[in-house]
Design a binder for this molecule. Sequence first.
Ligand code: UD1
Length: 338
Amino acid sequence: MQKILVTGGTGYIGSHTVVELQNAGFEVIIIDNLSNSSAEVADGIARITGKRPIFEKLDCCDYEGLKNLFAKHAGISAVIHFAASKAVGESVQKPLLYYRNNLVSLVNLLELMPKFGVENFVFSSSCTVYGQPDELPVTEQAPRKPAESPYGNTKQICEDIVNDTVKSGSNIKGILLRYFNPIGAHPSAEIGELPLGVPQNLIPFVTQTAAGIRPKLSVFGSDYNTPDGSCVRDYINVVDLAKAHVIAVKRLVENKNKKPVEVFNLGTGRGLSVLEIVKTFEKVTGVKLNYEVVGSRAGDIEKVWANPDFANKELGWKAAETIEDTLASAWKWQQKIS
Ligand code: UD1
């Protein structure tokens, strides 16, 4: 059985990916420093798949710890690197935390992989690298815009680090996956998004408001140049997203990649406004949301959605879940945890 190292594997996207990897017959080793997740996530994964992934509490910034990990688990076929700090607002307050966590962890992995004969690398990137694109839907060829936040900057720099490392002749092949807005939860409600404290992202705030944990949702911005004045995003089901990682890993392991570093947009190709999300959530769940349209949030992009054609064609992957089922899964998960 091929072994896959998943950093950040108890996190939101990581845990859903571990499920899909195990379902596809891979053996998974999770490392996570548990800064934004809990070891109990492995229980949920085990309940879904009937198999418990190996879990080691480890920070990817710990070079010696990581080296020991690679030595202990010889024969890793690929690394999927999710572990990173990801809150845009916090990154403005604590830029050095973001630069240290996100850059040092990547450098450590890329230094150690060749030493242990590990060639295949899948990296969690983000549509944030496009900033506000000039043309929509955005393709992988669109120029990257100067980052709006230290978080966004780390994603750009990390992409550059992977590219430069591969160009330098390192024995590494990479796939950079640019996620749009991942939402929803596993349909079993055994795993999902677990924000610590007040959620910054839209869907956890919506579900917590519906559950009565938050009194009111603020819809940020009313006069954007969009059909209803609120921001537009490409919301992608987290299980669909997780499945793309399995395909990316297989592509690398089976040497089917066409370039040493490939870049794919992972989105649905459909843009939805914040108000459309609110309305659809109300329709699907029957719960009325208390919300108020307020001023815009600093640093927000007006509208962005993916052209996913390249991923559809090259990976044979397509976002399949409807927004209705996806929002229903987020609500089912919220009801389970609240
Ligand atoms: C941003 C990044 C994304 C990154 C993510 C990490 C862009 C385009 N996207 O997502 O790449 O991975 O941060 O956190 O840079 N909203 C409300 N009320 C709320 C919360 C959000 O109206 O309480 C609105 C926002 O203004 C936005 C939409 O909902 O229009 C989605 O927001 P959010 O879930 O925070 O994700 P992004 O900011 O799009």
